[in-house]
Design a protein around this ligand. Sequence first.
Ligand code: SF4
Length: 487
Amino acid sequence: MIWIRTDEPRFFSDLGDVLRLFYGDVAISMEAGDVVFEHRFTDADGLWTDTWTSQGKRSSLSHPICDGAPLEVKRLRKRQIKQVLYNLLKDLTGMHPPWGSLTGIRPTRLLYEAMEAGMDLEAAVAHVTGAFDVSPDRAALLGEIARMQDGLRDAPPDTFDLYIGIPFCRTRCSYCSFSSGEIGDGKLVAPYVEALLREIGLCKALMEEAGVRLRAGYVGGGTPTAIPREALERIIAAAQAAFPGAVEWTVEAGRPDTIDEGKLRMLRERGVTRISVNPQTFSDDTLMRIGRAHTGRETIEAYQLARKLGFDDINMDIIAALPGEGVADFAHTLDVVQNLAPDSVTVHSLAIKRSSRLHEQLAVAGNGYGQVSREGAAEMIAMARRRLTEGGWRPYYLYRQKYMAGNLENVGYAKPDKACLYNIGNMEETASVLALGAGAITKWLFDPKCRDLRIERAPNVRNIEAYIQRVDEMVQRKRDVILRETE
Ligand code: SF4
């Protein structure tokens, strides 16, 4: 147990994130522990000085006192206190995390901040390396992504993107962080579809009042294709009628065991432009181990069927560092993916969240369950980047998660002209997202000159039954956020 004694307890959770960069999923407390990290803050001689000490080592930094807006002051304070702790941890452990002191989920944001401050791309990449100790390799990755996003990053201001969540799956993957109550067993499909149709109808009026039109639609989950074809068609048809004119429609057909010709034909006829068929791995042993009730062969067949029916924009998700997999297993998955040649590939680093079954399994079995080392995970991610880039895919969006293997990243790679607008807008937070369904979070962008916050959120409840009962309230939440300015 690590004991943080700090003069700035408001940053406790951020400080915990820095400690986890070095010690993984460790227990951290403000009251007690075996290893103490002590922080002192002084505000004197025109300087804010933060000093951290632990295990006989010390690190300190000072910054001229800033009397800017409260949010800016908080941001500066948070950065400095984290930076000093990071420096101490580097000294104590001798480790250099690939993303340096960055703990947030969107490292590209810092690159764009530097560019907005007047730097060109090259200078911004160098700035991220210097200011946050990001490795040159990761900073270069940010640069490549910024080049890919050029011209695609900002959604037109009078548009929104749409997310529809279908929270049903046939079986639950061991790394899934939804509770089993949230990933429904199917009994609730019919009332859920009715609630979703109601939310779509009410939001049609809301979007008309807001004066915005749809740019990109995305149906995710769960596994949207886990529900009957007729039900999925009703949802897509209602959304397309309510919000016409999208330039892109993605449907996650994630689990190959939920895909059949009837569903794929329906998606084609409905004008769905992009689907995801997700192997995660092509090792059948691993698929069984992680609770996915399909084989690698079924993934290949579903993919080939989609190609035969004319889909020309197919994504595949794969995961590095799945339990029990070595570098050779991951290389095999990459071999198969490269042979199939999907239009985009999203490479995830396994994130073991506390609410997942895998977290419990590892807690019980420890390393006996086959957890991959930091080094192994890093080698897999580096291999994916090298091989996909050589094969003509380019990184176009990136995000990080807590509890991710080796402190790495998730990266979407795409062939030319196959970058998904929805993914870029959502990850970069450069598009307003109207989000429908249980657990979906609407994020609305505002002009910072008119509002304190550039983005405001309106979350729907996660529990499926609560969502069904309270759908009108979910729409009212969105209305309160989106129209507040004009009411
Ligand atoms: S497919 Fe996704 S949502 Fe469904 S159980 Fe697996 S991880 Fe969870």
